[in-house]
Design a protein around this ligand. Structure first.
Ligand code: 4AD
Ligand code: MG
Length: 484
């Protein structure tokens, strides 16, 4: 048996000394041929392993290099060094994996996030990414905990689909047909997908929502949590081509119920991270504060990371309609001084992220739930609002906007009335025959229902304070990049 080691987090947390322990991990630094800073990923805090002078062969000592993997056995003793209560005085050290210090790309110094992205296979071994991915784990765990406690059923919706759930045409094709021009053709020269693997044209899913709705029409409350894919050519700090989304779908919920659940959910998972990842959050808060020192005053955050999270936990999200938001934007000094890149043209326009960020960061200074958008700028499945002003048809949509991030949640009450849904699908050129199964839920026991999608990476960004979405997913996929 090899795995008889104690994790470093546990050793550092303990009060006891003068007992034997085995540790394994990766060498961060080796000072004075005596002091090894050892890390095993359980915490950012390294365990000091003391290799007393004269105890170990030079042949072993020279292999204790930054990046090397070692096993050390010895006594846990009170530490004389500062910053740690205990250390391990090694009686034996075994090199499990050498690391050529000349070639190992991670030097014990500060590296830029851009550089670390290029060596994403090794960046887990830095403090920043250690903290980010332990928090990511906690948030994922909290997602399941939240829904499980509420009696939701976790539904695994398919990754490969034949439908475009958002109707936005941003899908990656899945095919086994040859791409060298020899794929079978129909008489009209289009590709004959009947000959393809699934006997039809298929894609990677952009959202599990439509299948989620089917399940909600049986279990009442379900959620999905899986990868989704968008072939949109967006090179921003908020977009990925492959991202994880959480999509709850609830029968017997209207838009207000939906917003209530989303707010409770977001606060719950943030609180879980605050309660369980304090050390990592404090590390990232410090990192962010350092990083912001180099920014001009007006570009710095008003609150520190922890303060911001506490603020979100203790304040209600601001709720207002799209129509009210347009009025605020129109009347803003920012608009009057023509500081928006995209002009506020009036009711009906789609909001750009600069507009969303103005509302959240400048006007309300807290998370905002925007509701009741114009039907024309939202997806086909959203429920028409009743009693709209003439020429101002809205839908029961909601977007949640977070400070520093912008849109973090998109959701809606769904159109459950068959005639209205069919008419809208026709108008928006959504293929109705292909989606017969979706329409069946409206034929057999339809009910008011609602749901939303939370972009998991945007949530991780919000909690960790990381500025670029590519730094909160282990191996980011974005235009012209699918490394690792
Ligand atoms: O607003 P979206 O497109 O909504 C849906 O997909 C619905 N089917 C959700 C539902 O009602 N069940 O996406 C939902 C969220 C966005 O608010 C955003 O947080 C995230 O998913 N998102 C992305 N995250 C990273 N990269 C991208 N390219 C993203 N596109 C959307
Ligand atoms: Mg959206």
């Amino acid at each position: 048996m090899l795995n008889n080691r104690t994790k470093i987090k546990e050793l550092l947390a303990g009060e006891a000394t003068n007992y034997e322990a085995t540790v394994m991990g990766w060498v961060r630094t080796f000072r004075n041929n005596q002091f090894i800073a050892l890390n095993d990923g359980s915490t950012n805090n390294n365990l000091q392993v003391l290799a007393e002078l004269g105890t170990f062969d030079e042949s072993i000592l020279k292999r204790i290099t930054t990046g090397a993997c070692i096993k050390a056995v010895g006594e846990i003793i009170p530490s004389l060094g500062k910053g740690q209560r205990v250390e391990l005085k090694a009686s034996s050290i075994e090199i499990l994996g050498d690391s050529d210090a000349e070639k190992f790309p991670l030097q014990p110094k500060k590296h830029s996030l851009e550089f670390l992205r290029e060596i994403a296979h090794l960046r887990f071994r830095t403090n920043t990414f250690g903290s980010v991915f332990r928090i990511r784990h906690s948030l994922a765990f909290a997602v399941h905990k939240f829904f499980n406690e509420k009696g939701f059923v976790y539904m695994h919706t398919p990754i490969i689909t034949a439908s475009d759930a958002e109707g936005a045409g941003e899908m990656f094709r899945v095919t086994t047909l040859p791409i060298d021009g020899t794929a079978p053709r129909n008489d009209d020269a289009t590709i004959n997908f009947k000959e393809d693997f699934f006997g039809r044209s298929t894609n990677l899913t952009v959202s599990g929502q439509l299948e989620g709705e089917l399940a909600a029409m049986a279990f009442s409350d379900i959620y999905t949590f899986g990868p989704t894919f968008r072939a949109e050519n967006s090179n921003t700090t908020r977009h990925l081509a492959e991202f994880w989304m959480i999509e709850p779908e609830m029968a017997f919920y209207d838009l207000e119920d939906n917003a209530n659940l989303a707010e409770e959910f977001i606060q719950y998972i943030i609180k879980y991270a605050m309660d369980n990842n304090r050390e990592d959050l404090e590390f990232l808060a410090q990192r962010l504060a350092e990083e912001e020192k180099s920014l001009p005053q007006d570009k710095r955050s008003e609150m520190g990371l922890i303060e911001k999270l506490e603020f979100v936990l203790s304040n209600k999200f601001e709720r207002l309609t799209y129509t009210q938001a347009i009025d605020i934007l129109k009347e803003s000094n920012h608009n009057k001084k023509k500081k928006f890149q995209y002009e506020i043209t009036g009711w009906g326009m789609d909001l750009q992220s600069e507009h969303e960020r103005y509302l959240v960061e400048k006007h309300f200074k807290k998370p905002v739930i925007l509701t009741n958008y114009p039907a024309a700028i939202k997806s086909f499945y959203m429920r028409y609002d009743d009693n709209c002003e003439p020429g101002r048809q809205t839908v029961a949509a909601m977007d949640i906007l977070a400070p520093g991030i912008g849109e973090i949640v998109g959701g809606s009450q769904r159109e459950e009335r068959l005639d209205k849904l069919e008419q809208k699908m026709k108008d928006m050129h959504i293929p109705m025959e292909e989606l017969y199964w979706y329409l069946d839920t409206r034929r057999y026991g339809a009910c008011p229902h609602a749901g939303f999608g939370l972009g998991f990476e945007r949530m991780v960004q919000f909690v960790t304070g990381m500025g670029n979405i590519r730094d909160v997913i282990p191996f980011p996929r974005y235009p012209k990049s699918a490394e690792f």
